[in-house]
Write a protein that binds this ligand. Structure first.
Ligand SMILES: [Zn+2]
Length: 308
């Protein structure tokens, strides 16, 4: 073999060896249903993960179209992280079925229900009558809006990443610790900023602000939707306006992807103010992280309650 050929062969072998080495350290491919789960997964996984969220932060996660591109994403995932409590019941089963990826089926390492360790609010005590259209049959699924739950979610994601990639366990631990420390520090600051909000009464559109309210001590006195996911009757709207006038409830909160028509009409009749909140990462263009989300919400609440 000539020297030139020998060098060529060496190059081929070196390339192959390098290729195998790289594959062993390939990034874990994570798909999350919502963008706040994606933000937390990015914080914990760092450079070792590639994360894609299915729902955008300005979409209602209860109602999403099961597009083929989402199925392809599920097909390629090493880990599927979802909110659970039937938040995604209308579309996630279709994505998992269409994704044909045995790694992410329930019970596998690649399937993580982020609600597993969360203290759930509004768990129904009796039988749930689904014929009524209630879309919170297992309790309130909007738990990511209490940042203390973000600490728990991060813990669960770190544990799962360590299981999937034991060689990087120490790095995931470090990322988890620094995420939790930073979030904890912010939680303290947000609680101090929000102390004037404690005991303030509000009305919300959908039951998606219960965790935020219970964290900050806001009192949700009534709703535009008297049953989650079910359009309100004219009679309920009339009673709601009376309730707000009678009790002097001056602020009506709703998620920024919800239709503003009903909140604006009710607020006008009850002489109240409406406040549209982003409720997810990406819910407004500048909200890139889980911490950004609460910074924005806190700022919006401070402004909204000013003078009320
Ligand atoms: Zn809901």
């Amino acid at each position: 073999m000539s020297t030139v050929k020998r060098i060529l062969w060496l190059t081929v072998w070196a390339t192959l060896a390098l290729g195998v080495g790289t594959a062993a350290h390939a990034k874990l491919n994570i798909v999350t249903t919502t963008s706040e789960l994606a933000a937390i997964a990015r914080a914990v996984g760092g450079d070792l993960v590639e994360v894609k969220a299915i729902a955008r932060g300005d979409q209602d996660p209860h109602f999403l179209e099961a597009k083929p591109s989402y199925m392809s994403a599920v097909n390629r995932a090493d880990l599927l992280i979802y909110n659970g409590l039937e938040l995604e019941i209308g579309w996630l089963p279709l994505l998992v079925q269409g994704g044909r990826n045995p790694q992410v089926l329930a019970g596998q390492q690649g399937n993580l229900d982020a609600s597993a360790d969360i203290p759930i609010l509004e768990v129904p005590s009796g039988m749930v009558d689904r014929s009524m259209g209630d879309i919170h049959p297992l309790g309130n699924p909007h738990y990511t809006l209490d940042p203390r739950n973000g600490l728990i979610i991060a813990e669960a994601i770190a544990a799962r990443l360590q299981g999937l990639s034991p060689e990087n366990a120490a790095l995931f631990s470090r990322n988890l610790k620094s995420f939790q420390q930073e979030l904890q520090r912010h939680i303290g600051q947000w609680e101090a900023r929000a102390k004037d909000l404690r005991g303030r009464r509000v009305v919300t559109y959908h039951k998606n602000l219960e965790y935020l309210a219970s964290w900050l001590g806001l009192v949700v006195a009534d709703y535009i939707e008297d049953k989650p996911g079910v359009p309100p009757s004219p009679r309920h709207i009339a009673e709601l306006v009376d309730h707000m006038k009678r009790d002097g409830i001056g602020v009506l909160l709703y998620a920024n992807f919800q239709d503003a028509t009903a909140p604006e009409r009710v607020a006008a009749q009850a002489n109240a103010r409406t406040l549209a909140l982003p409720i997810s990462v990406g819910g407004e263009p500048e909200i890139a992280t889980y911490i950004d989300l609460f910074e924005t919400i806190l700022g919006r609440l401070e402004k909204g309650f000013g003078g009320r």
